[in-house]
Design a protein around this ligand. Structure first.
Ligand code: NAD
Length: 431
């Protein structure tokens, strides 16, 4: 079993650390956020991810997992340092690599022997070389081999995804270092793809996210056409997905993608292409369609309510997808801001994301459940397809609303059933 330092205790870092500890490794997590580390030392996971608290607790108790703010405590003696820090959108859309650079510097300052540095953060090609350079410049004494190992887990099913990956991608200039990283994943019996150059591995992650985002924008464009010719886009997607060459994933008609990855990663890939003199027309279209898709909800509300000013509109869901509290690039935030600017009174309920939303959008009224959102409202918008919204008492909901308008941004309800309850129902790509 190996000693592993994980840099960054976010969704990816903490999941990676807890899973590697569960596989028997000795793992120490270093994060510069003191409050986060203090919470973790008190056995509290500072964000919502199903099953993660239990996994962290089990491995902390077994003394395979610990937390610190000090690189000096984490890195000396480690065989691997796994970088899992944020790579947010930077200027001009390119990835902001300052956290990765800073982590590389801190690793260099604290390493006391040869080290395999694993870059798990999503970064553009050439970043591995930058990490190598930073470490080499600051620590000439010890050798660091930098390997790219992008992460493909999804929030909401992070542990399952980490433990049962479709593939593990590893790329490094040094084959032996890449194989050493592969050893960490051996117990998972996953398909491991080792790419002989690091840029290829870095690129697999961007290409995968861009492709998934493109599927979503593709089906949403089809949905726009469906609305014009009276076709049902949800059934069109089902019909397409039954084709084995196409498959059903990421063909959900709705208000588009959001979250901490797709938006920034497609943008970063497009910005990278421009930097290398290539104009990425398809990637630009993917982003344009997704931006417009969010505003489709506003158009549908205007059609249903005539005027938005002084109306009460309730949002069912705030997180960018179910089973997470993540609000990064969440469509709910854009929709709420546009409604507030139009003079609408906005109410919202989300099972997990209200704490974060209160900070981001204090002008919204937050309620205790979906029924409280509906009481006296002129319209409801389904923004996040949480399971608890699928089985609401529709008669009760309708009776409490001032006007029974529902814009179903995720197509979770059956239009015919909703109309039979007396709702003015608007889905996406089907009416
Ligand atoms: P996050 O913001 O949840 O966590 C990042 C953590 O890194 C924070 O706790 C922050 O305090 C810490 N940090 C920042 N700079 C640091 C430094 N110099 N030293 C130590 N800690 C530092 O981010 P995340 O969602 O876990 O994403 C991390 C990376 O993984 C990003 O590149 C992201 O694109 C990628 N990724 C994310 C997901 C996802 O679903 N969230 C999936 C796959 C890949």
């Amino acid at each position: 079993m190996s000693r592993v330092a994980v840099i960054g205790a976010g969704y990816v870092g903490l999941t990676t650390a807890a899973c590697l500890a569960d596989l028997g490794n000795d793992v120490i997590v270093v994060d510069t956020n003191r409050e986060k580390v203090a919470q973790l030392l008190r056995n509290h996971v500072p964000f919502f991810e199903p099953g993660l608290s239990e996994l962290v607790e089990r491995n902390t108790k077994a003394k395979r997992l610990t937390f610190t703010t000090s690189y000096q405590e984490a890195v000396p003696g480690a065989e691997y340092a796994i970088i899992a820090v944020s790579t947010p959108e930077g200027e001009g859309g390119e990835a902001d690599l300052s956290f990765v650079e800073s982590a590389a510097g801190s690793i260099a300052d604290s390493m006391d022997g040869p080290l395999v540095v694993v870059n798990k953060s999503t970064v553009p090609p050439l970043t591995g070389d930058m990490v190598s350079r930073v470490i080499g410049q600051r620590n000439a004494k010890h050798k660091a081999d930098v390997v790219s190992n992008p992460e493909f887990l999804r929030e909401g099913s992070a542990i399952q995804d980490f433990m049962h990956p479709d593939r593990v991608v590893i790329g490094g200039h040094d084959r032996a270092a890449a194989e050493k990283v592969a050893k960490l994943y051996e117990p998972l019996q996953a398909h491991i793809l080792i790419t002989p150059n690091i840029y290829t591995a870095e690129m697999v992650k961007y290409a995968s996210n861009a492709f998934l985002a493109a599927r979503i924008s593709f089906i949403n464009e089809i949905a726009r056409i469906c609305e014009r010719v009276d076709a049902d886009a949800k059934l069109v997607a089902e019909g397409m997905g039954l084709d084995k060459r196409i498959g059903p994933s990421y063909l959900d008609v709705g208000i588009g993608y959001g979250g901490s990855c797709f938006g920034k990663d497609v943008k970063a890939l497009a910005a990278l292409a421009e930097r290398f003199d290539y104009h990425p027309e398809l990637l630009n279209a993917v982003m344009d369609i997704n931006r417009d898709q969010r505003m489709l909800v506003i158009d549908k509300l205007r059609e249903g309510l005539d005027e938005l000013q002084d109306k009460v509109v309730g949002l069912l869901g705030l997180a960018f997808k179910p089973n997470t509290d993540d609000l990064r690039d969440a469509p709910s935030m854009d929709i709420a801001r546009v409604l507030l600017a139009a003079g609408t009174h906005v109410r919202a309920y989300d099972p997990a994301a209200m704490e974060g939303a209160r900070v981001k959008l204090p002008a919204v009224e937050y309620t205790k459940d979906a029924y409280a959102v509906a009481a006296g409202a002129d319209a409801l918008v389904v923004v996040t397809e949480w399971n608890e919204f699928r089985h609401l008492d529709m008669a009760r909901l309708k009776a409490s609303m001032r006007r029974p308008v529902i814009v179903d941004g995720r197509n979770i309800y059956d239009p015919a059933v909703m109309r039979s309850h007396g709702f003015t129902y608007r889905g996406i790509g089907r009416d």
